[in-house]
Design a protein around this ligand. Structure first.
Ligand code: NDP
Length: 278
């Protein structure tokens, strides 16, 4: 039986084992998938041991995505651009590093949520690891505007500078939350970890177009603080990041197994489970 795992710190909360087990049942693939807690200074040892024990690949989560990028001996273009890896595949002597977070977000928005990005004004809040992973895929959808806003303004500018050569016709800007005054966006994506602290990025209400779509990469049983704020502003098109989580997993599964699982039934089962556990 082929073995896979997700490695992180902490890891108990991870839904990846449930998601991959559901994909395996659905596609009749014979595999096991476990959650592995790595010590903060022990990521590469954990990977090495799992591989030596016959592991075929791992997903990587907080805080090891950059370390996974350094550990890979070959990177896909999207992982190289993101500077972060969430999927490692062990192939003979090679360790391939990929990043499926970006494609997971785009697929969730465009396919699952019917929220097209081409020709739209898109605002990305945050400039951490999650934001870095989605900038290139977002630019590739050809919005008219992509703006990055971050609490630490310098990090927003750094992130823009890293990707500006991919901007093409997209008006690609970066700045602080105060800089958003006078700008309006059709799609606002929260890639900050503010919701984890029950906080909201200080985005002016005027930044949301009247029929804007608000997306929070974080997920929870009810509205996240960011989505609650958007709802209070009268917005009705809202989504959290559970779909992104399932879609990035589906992409990893397809890379490893050569078969793409259907994500919709797994997402609805997970949503029901999340609601009933609250
Ligand atoms: P990082 O720690 O790398 O970055 C955190 C970002 O949030 C920074 O831009 C930081 O700003 C900003 N931030 C933190 N607190 C606040 C606050 N109170 N107000 C405003 N901005 C704040 O985290 P990640 O990028 O790895 O993760 C971000 C979020 O994305 C998390 O909620 C994570 O759960 C989610 N995520 C979801 C995925 C999914 O599949 N659904 C996949 C990956 C991530 P500053 O630079 O100023 O510190």
């Amino acid at each position: 039986m082929d073995r896979y795992a997700v490695i992180g710190h902490p890891i108990k909360h991870s839904k990846s084992p449930i998601i991959h087990a559901a994909f395996a049942r659905q596609t009749r693939q014979d595999l096991s998938y476990q959650a592995l807690l790595a010590p903060l200074d022990g990521f590469s040892d954990t990977v090495r041991t799992f591989r030596a024990d016959g592991g075929s690949g791992v997903n990587v989560t907080v805080p090891f995505k950059r370390e996974a990028c350094a550990l890979a001996t070959r990177l896909t273009a999207r992982a190289e651009a993101a500077g972060a890896v969430n999927t490692l595949t062990f192939r003979d002597d090679i360790v391939v590093g990929d990043n499926t977070d970006g494609v997971g977000l785009i697929r969730d928005l465009i396919v699952n949520l019917a929220c097209p990005l081409a020709g739209r004004r898109v605002l990305l809040l945050g400039a951490g690891g999650a934001a870095r992973g989605v900038v290139l895929p977002l630019l590739q959808t050809k919005p008219t505007i992509l703006t990055i806003a971050n609490r630490t303004e310098a990090r927003a500018h750094e992130l823009r500078a890293a990707f500006v050569r991919h901007a093409g016709q997209v008006l690609f800007t970066a700045g602080s939350y105060q800089d958003l005054d006078g700008w309006e966006f059709d799609v606002v994506i929260n890639a900050t970890s503010a919701s984890l602290e029950n906080d909201i990025p200080p985005i002016p209400a005027s930044a949301f177009a009247p029929d804007a779509f608000a997306y929070d990469m974080m997920y929870s049983a009810g509205d996240t603080p960011f989505l609650a704020m958007a709802r209070d502003l009268g917005l009705t098109r809202l989504a959290d990041g559970l779909g992104m989580l399932v879609e990035q997993a589906a992409e990893s599964f397809a890379l490893w197994r050569g078969v793409r699982p259907r994500s919709a039934p797994v997402l609805s089962r997970l949503r029901r489970k999340l609601a009933s556990s609250s």
